[in-house]
Design a protein around this ligand. Sequence first.
Ligand SMILES: Cc1cc2nc3c(=O)[nH]c(=O)nc-3n(C[C@H](O)[C@H](O)[C@H](O)COP(=O)(O)O)c2cc1C
Length: 364
Amino acid sequence: MPNLYPLIRPVLFSLRAETARDLAPWALKAGLGRFLLNRKAQKPDPSNLGQNLWGLRFPNPVGLAAGGDKDAQMFDQLRRFGFGYIEVGTVTLRRQPGRPKPRLFRLDEDQAIINRMGFNSAGLDAVIKRLSAVPTRAGIVGLNLGINSDSKNAAADYEDGIRLSAGFADYLVVNVSSPNTPGLRDLQQGAVLGSLLKRLMRVREETGHQVPMLVKIAPDLKPEECRDIAKVVLDTGINGLIISNTTVRRPDLVSRHAQEAGGLSGRPLLATSTALLADMYRLTQGRLPLIGVGGIASAEDAYAQIRAGASLVQLYTALVFAGPDLVNQIKSGLAGLLQRDGFGSIAEAVGTAHAVPAQLVTPS
Ligand SMILES: Cc1cc2nc3c(=O)[nH]c(=O)nc-3n(C[C@H](O)[C@H](O)[C@H](O)COP(=O)(O)O)c2cc1C
């Protein structure tokens, strides 16, 4: 069956962005995802795309980024698009509505999105219930944790989040980089981040679950902030970094929504996120796995991020523009690019864009 997404996209794009987005769980549960997927392109994952990280077997490196399934409503259906893993969230400790609508804008001409959702969340209890209702071990599911907008104590929100969820996710993400919760990004400052992460690593120990803990950072960091973050991450033993969240910058956009407040994702973010990834790979000396995200829309984009230092990649915005077949296209393209360049696996290609590739220490 050919790719049918171009046929329904005009209908979806005639709706308000958030209305179209709200239809997704319903449509996927009704089987639309299967209908949209090109069955011929659905093959088992090429063996050169698989890798072990943090004791988890990733069948391929292409994941769904946070925001695509904030409330764990459809991760099982989304997995069938061919993702190697899904990141649910951001979830907040208590249910909250997020910021007033409209808060989601498609920038069609720029292949981009601006969102100021502000962590609309069903709350951690509801999300954990949904995660435990589905046999998650059929695939890797990460959980991205945030804080409530009225939180008086950010560290306590994350601590409770880890205590409650450590047994229900394959990895956890401390999200300190969304631009739509006042003060959140300030948690990225070296000393603040250092004491926060030390506390959170201790809480993880107390849970008895050795769930990998990752930190997601913003693309708008200054070089000295990047250096501080790298040091803190290595000192605290955090297991990985996700690079990057959306940007508050507005690089050369043409769409009418270009000046909306919020975080920009998609095509215009690719160069920045790839450059930051390369910087953080150098600064952390390849000593922990990095997840590259921001503007990936093709196998070439994913490959560039892997060569810049990413062991895994994620995407969200490009899926809205290209449809579910994109995941299979990226996977088969990536397998071909690895072969073309003589790499037997993703792990062999990680960081090879650098003159002297750092040695990735096998993570525990
Ligand atoms: C509508 C929307 C909602 C998002 N919500 C979250 C979120 O809740 N938590 C988070 O860490 N990132 C969130 N993101 C950021 C994405 O996870 C990703 O970092 C960013 O969009 C860059 O990737 P992309 O260009 O492939 O979309 C959101 C992005 C979009 C477009």
